[in-house]
Design a protein around this ligand. Structure first.
Ligand code: N01
Length: 522
């Protein structure tokens, strides 16, 4: 059974077992798994197209910095990747093809932004209101919005009075020509490092405003030959072996690069690389970061550093004091004339900001924003106490700095699917993580940060406003896989019906265990 729709005089109501929010790689991965398992679902996508970050980021040079054979679903390999790190359009095509191959558009509602989500405890039903006026009801609610979809433009004095053109990298204006223009790029993170070499080739003058330097490794890029693609197409085992090799090589970085000692060795090597790439000593000094390698995202580009050898490119370390009609004024009082400002200033990754206008009310009537007052916390980035039948993908502390995020998404989708299936097998209508299990996870993460480069005091989008690193999973993904492979039954409360015969929320682990045992025997 797919979605049933009933229209009343007041409102249209549509229903599915799982309401998935977001049609990016996470939402689509869960959709495919639910399809295979016979679990009824609907995808609500706020935009007019699927693809998430690969729909939004189309700036010149935009590509994935994880190898494409690994940055793709394990169950939907693509033997035809043109090169090791595919560009955004090829990744978007992969996603479009995946949607078409699995007929997922049938289950997708575009231009449908969630406006609220409320759990009805009596009915064990999530009710999601949307911008389209249709309310969606489902037993389960899956937030697959991802953390990188709300662009941040800093509030710079005078920016509204700028006479030139200005836009964010995630909202690239392809109608605007950069030929012969004086351009300012603010920000040198992952987006900046990719776009700067490309803009430098077009602009008359490029002024880069850097607040923090970037540790950039050479990009081991190469196109795949026709023969390699033929082998991947015709000998699937070879492609899988290659994928496994990439996985292991990336995984090793958690031990070699992201531990404090390993990071120092890598820093020495990159310093030599910068020396080799950048001719001018002053420029070189400006480019060298002042924080430990790996503390912010490690970037890859073989073009970035040497772009600063170009005569039409300069780098400014001074803060921006103001924007005037036709240029940028630095904190040193220097005026830099520009026709265009490009903000490579990243995203607001804190769900408390991007969900601030969307009340999500859980099983105890509590708002998610209140539950996350001290920081967004969740059990393996998947679910939160007080929110029965609520799931998330890439929630707190499950982002990666060293391997493919798709691996984590697949682990999370696996656990969510198992939870849904187990709830059905047990004939319970609600499943909710215990406070203890969520706290255990958080304690584990805090301990895992010890001795890693993430524990060396830099600030980035990995951090909440309280200064906590709420983004990164600071251990191997193999460990994450093992921890999420099976449902740890004692970590959850399984409720037959709201308020009857269930352990109370916040029950001790022992109570939950005995309750679970009772349910199993019933
Ligand atoms: O954003 P960022 P991003 N004045 O937050 C600077 C993914 N991604 O879009 O470091 C001056 O990393 C800021 O400075 P500082 C990937 O996961 C992936 O580049 O805060 N500067 C920083 O330099 C990535 O990590 C891919 O001191 C200001 C920059 O802007 C994530 O998205 C490609 C400023 C922001 O860097 C985010 O990357 C692109 C201000 N007021 C993105 N405010 C691929 O896979 C901010 N900055 C290829």
């Amino acid at each position: 059974m797919m979605n049933s729709s009933t229209k009343t005089q007041q409102q249209e109501v549509d229903s599915a077992a799982v309401i998935i929010i977001g049609g990016g790689l996470g939402g689509l991965c869960s959709a495919k798994r639910f399809l295979d398992e016979g679990i009824d679902f609907v995808i609500l996508e706020k935009s007019n197209d699927i693809g998430g970050t690969w729909r939004d980021n189309t700036y010149p040079g935009c590509a994935c910095d994880t190898q494409s054979h690994l940055y793709s679903y394990s169950f939907a390999g693509n033997p035809n990747w043109s090169r090791r790190f595919a560009g955004w359009s090829e990744i978007k095509q992969y996603i479009d093809d995946f949607v078409e191959a699995n007929a997922l558009e049938r289950y997708t509602r575009l231009n449908t932004a969630m406006t609220s989500a409320t759990f009805n405890n009596e009915k064990s039903l999530w009710s999601v209101t949307t911008s389209s006026g249709i309310t969606y009801e489902g037993q389960y609610f899956l937030l697959a919005t991802g953390p990188l979809h709300v662009p941040v433009i800093p509030n710079l004095k005078g920016a509204n009075n700028f006479d030139g053109h200005q836009f964010h990298t995630a909202r690239w204006d392809h109608d605007y020509s950069l030929e012969n223009k004086r351009v300012a790029i603010i920000g040198t993170g992952a987006s900046g490092v990719q776009v700067i070499p490309e803009v430098a080739k077009k602009a008359k003058k490029l002024s880069v405003f850097q607040r923090s330097g970037a540790w950039v490794l050479p990009r081991n890029e190469r196109p795949y030959s026709a023969l390699t693609k033929w082998i991947f197409r015709n000998i699937p085992f070879a492609r899988k072996l290659y994928r496994s090799f990439l996985y292991v090589a990336n995984e090793a970085r958690i031990f070699l690069v992201f531990q404090k000692t390993g990071g120092r060795i890598s820093e020495l090597l990159i310093r030599q690389y910068i020396k080799y790439q950048v001719k001018n000593k002053d420029t070189r000094q400006k480019l060298i970061p002042t924080y430990n390698l790996g503390c912010k995202r490690v970037l890859i580009s073989s073009q970035y550093y040497k772009t600063f050898n170009r005569e039409n490119v300069d780098i400014n370390l001074d803060d921006i004091a103001a924007i005037e009609k036709n240029g940028v004024v630095t904190s040193q009082g220097d005026f830099v004339p520009v026709d265009c400002i490009i903000y490579a200033t990243g995203f607001d990754t804190d769900p408390r900001s991007y969900l601030s206008q969307v009340p999500i009310r859980g099983s105890q009537g509590k708002l998610l924003l209140d539950a996350w007052k001290g920081g967004p916390e969740s059990y393996y980035g998947i679910t939160t106490p007080g929110f029965a039948n609520f799931f998330q993908l890439i929630g707190a502390n499950t982002g990666l700095g060293h391997n493919s995020i798709i691996f984590i998404i697949e682990c999370q989708v696996n656990l969510i699917t198992k939870l849904i299936k187990q709830a059905k097998q047990r004939s319970v209508s609600q499943v909710e993580v215990t406070s203890e299990a969520a706290k255990d996870f958080l304690d584990t993460v805090v301990n895992l940060f010890d001795g890693t480069v993430w524990d060396t005091g830099c600030r980035s989008w990995y951090h909440s406003k309280e200064g906590l690193n709420f983004s990164i999973w600071p251990a191997s993904t193999t460990r994450f896989w093992l921890k999420t492979l099976k449902v740890r039954e004692q970590d959850f409360e399984w409720r037959k019906r709201a308020n009857t015969g269930s352990t109370s929320v916040g029950a001790t682990r022992e109570q939950s265990v005995s309750r679970n045992a009772a349910l199993e025997n019933s």
